[in-house]
Ligand binder design. Structure first.
Ligand SMILES: [Fe+2]
Ligand SMILES: [Fe+2]
Length: 313
């Protein structure tokens, strides 16, 4: 079994400093086997924001696997945006845009889904799909395989038209053929997860798509700052949302999945704290195509004073 701390959307430039300090303390206590950061280190891809993010990363547990998000590409500097979109990210955060972590149980590949031609959206290239094939397909049986992108493959339960990765359906065969078990992403600043097949009816393999909320940004969208604590072994995966509650990160909602006959099934979802319990009671699933389980993934909580941005992430 391996533990992964999955954090996302730090957004230096719009940082909630007490929350950022709380995250350092919580991750030091939790001691993950791997820390994954799924993009949006900065708010506006400025040098100073990258420098602060880089200093912050040094205070977090290792090993780390990091990828950029759309906010790490300059928005207004058009020259740099098209000629060297990730030059600051590569110089200050990581020079590796196709990072891989591998041990004897776990294989994790990061893919850069940001593009110069769009500020919000993102997609993968043919070369990146080839990268998945050549680096992941030959892994021995029994390993858990994970792909990390900034843009999510599935929308949140109540936002069926949200900004998911473009042309996602064309990547499914490659992921399935290589036996990818989990997809990790961020971008929408919402914590939720489900089987890929809840969105792509044509998907031939059951794959868990897990999104993290924003760990430290003030641009919250009706949820507290949070990150995912993922425990995974072949055929089993538990996703615990660790949410900021008053002055510390606490386990808020725990969901356990088991892979039965090749399909990920939600076995149990436990609201650990009173806030998550209240949310699950007050917000039952309403979508016609929602799973038949009595609760939804995610922690839709609105602390006083939160922003309710529905625009750019
Ligand atoms: Fe983003
Ligand atoms: Fe973001």
């Amino acid at each position: 079994m391996r533990t992964i701390a999955h954090i996302s959307d730090l957004h230096f430039g719009r940082l909630d400093r007490p929350v950022a300090e709380g995250l350092v303390a919580d991750l030091a206590r939790q001691k993950p086997d791997l820390l994954v950061v799924s993009g949006d280190f900065t708010q506006r891809a400025r040098e100073r924001q990258f420098r602060h993010a880089a200093e912050y990363l040094k205070r977090l547990p290792t090993p780390q696997l990091v990828i950029p998000g759309n906010h790490d590409v300059p928005l207004f500097d058009v020259f740099r945006r098209f000629l060297a979109p990730l030059s600051k990210y590569k110089r200050l955060i990581s020079n590796d845009l196709r990072p891989m972590y591998r041990d004897d149980e776990l294989m994790v590949l990061g893919l850069n889904s940001t593009r110069s031609f769009t500020h919000k959206s993102g997609w993968l290239s043919e070369e990146q799909l080839l990268d998945v094939r050549t680096r992941m397909c030959d892994a021995p049986n029994g390993m858990v395989k994970i792909v990390v992108t900034h843009h999510p493959f599935i929308p949140p339960p109540r936002e069926r038209h949200a900004d998911v990765i473009r042309r996602g359906e064309t990547y499914l065969d490659e992921l399935a053929d290589c036996g990818v078990d989990l997809l990790l992403a961020g971008h929408l600043h919402l914590a939720y997860h489900d089987d890929l097949r809840s969105h792509y009816k044509s998907a031939k393999r059951s794959t868990l798509s897990i999104q993290a909320g924003t760990a430290t940004s003030t641009r919250r969208r009706g949820e507290p700052n949070a990150y995912n604590w993922i425990s995974v072994s072949p055929g089993l995966c538990t996703v615990s949302v660790r949410a900021w509650c008053e002055n510390r990160f606490e386990q808020s909602l725990v969901t356990r999945y088991a892979c039965v006959d090749g399909a990920w099934q939600r076995q149990a979802q436990v609201p650990v704290d009173k806030v998550a319990e209240q949310v699950l009671t007050e917000h039952p699933a309403t979508d016609a195509d929602a799973p038949s389980t009595p609760v939804e993934a995610g922690v839709p909580i609105t602390p006083p004073g939160d922003e309710r941005s529905t625009g750019e992430r």
